[in-house]
Design a protein. Structure first.
Length: 359
């Protein structure tokens, strides 16, 4: 983050009188009086500038604030915030929950892309928000909300959906794009970065830092437990795709979670695996992603995902089938997860630790 600050140059005149045997230092009262007059004029000028810009006394030292974010074209955009955004459109679960976790519900004009009920601790705040009918709102729908900031995934900033980032910036509407949805390597640090950047934009840095610290503390605690294990189980994290199983490798957020808590990935490369390759990998723990939508029976969705392995003879000889260590993990907890990051880490840790769940 670049933060532009003003440097004040204060001139003082010190007169030194030297007497034989005695040195006496004193301030020239006439010069001091002149300096005070000049600074009083300077303060009045700054006050007038603040009032003209509609910026409060508290905001003047903090803004303008420059935040970098990466678009779908791979370009890094420098967005400048002259003050706190007042009408944010937040699109997708993690973005909405991050703002609610930081107590920013009064800054939200509208939300969209809600797949599951928001986390229980934010439901009261969420109930007061305007939830757009379109899951992925169009440019026209967003424009009608007259936003001064849009917070969403990189895949949504296309001409056919929300519109391209530069298009909004040209209209003096800032955009913030989830780092892990636009990066070549997804990491826990990127999730922390997003939370802290939102904290900076809205001047709630203390809350953001506290939230990030709680996540880091949980990971440290889990890692200590994993390090005490005599044998660290190998882990495979999969998503059912149309042509096989998508493996979440070391360059994925889920893979980084496993590595950060001291686990071992059975497959380091993120790629599509055939059923036979999954069986051959034969990990000690297998996680399968699931996404329950608002009207779904979550437990039924979990069971269906587990049965992909437990009820298929292709996987009958796998250790995870014999030991019943096929574990569902919600996709929103391991991809652009925001405040659900800690939940994702905990789910993965429970599978790795298995018999020691006192996380």
């Amino acid at each position: 983050m670049e933060q532009k600050t003003k440097k004040w140059l204060v001139a003082g005149i010190l007169t030194v009188a030297v007497a034989i045997g005695v040195g006496t230092c004193y301030s020239n009262t006439s010069d001091k009086s002149d300096k005070e007059k000049k600074e009083a004029v300077k303060d009045e000028d700054n006050k007038n500038v603040k009032e003209a810009k509609g910026i409060s006394q508290d905001e003047m030292p903090y803004y303008p604030l420059t935040i970098k974010t990466k678009g779908p074209d791979g370009k890094e955009y420098e967005t400048v915030y002259e003050k706190q955004p007042e009408k944010v459109v937040a699109v997708y679960q993690g973005n909405v929950e991050t703002m609610l976790a930081l107590g920013l519900e009064d800054k939200i004009a509208a939300v969209a892309g809600i797949e599951q009920p928001v986390l229980e601790e934010y439901q009261e705040s969420f109930s007061k928000l305007k939830n757009l009918e379109e899951f992925t709102p169009s440019k026209e729908t967003i424009t009608a909300e007259e936003p001064d900031m849009i917070f969403s995934w990189v895949s949504y900033f296309e001409e056919s959906t929300l519109g391209e980032p530069q298009e909004w910036l040209d209209q003096n509407v800032n955009v913030y794009i989830n780092t892990n949805t636009a990066s070549e390597k997804d990491t826990l640090e990127n999730e922390y970065k997003d939370i802290k950047n939102i904290g900076k934009i809205f001047q709630v840095e203390e809350k953001a830092e506290k939230l990030v610290k709680s996540m880091k503390d949980k990971i440290k605690k889990i890692r200590k437990k994993v390090e005490k294990m005599e044998t660290k189980p190998s882990v495979l994290i999969l998503e059912k795709g149309t042509d096989g199983f998508i493996n979440y490798g070391a360059d994925s957020l889920a893979g980084d979670m496993v590595n950060q808590i001291g686990g071992t990935l059975a497959q380091e490369e993120s790629r599509v695996l055939t059923a036979e390759e999954v069986a051959e990998a034969n990990p000690d723990v297998l996680f399968i992603t699931y996404t329950p939508y608002l009207d779904d029976d979550e437990e039924l969705i979990k069971e269906e995902k587990m049965d992909l392995f437990l009820q298929d003879d292709t996987f009958a000889e796998m250790k995870v089938v014999k030991s019943n260590r096929v574990i569902p993990v919600m996709l929103n907890e391991i991809f652009a997860s925001g405040v659900r990051t800690a939940d994702g880490v905990e789910t993965l840790a429970e599978g790795i630790l298995y018999n020691d769940l006192s996380i």
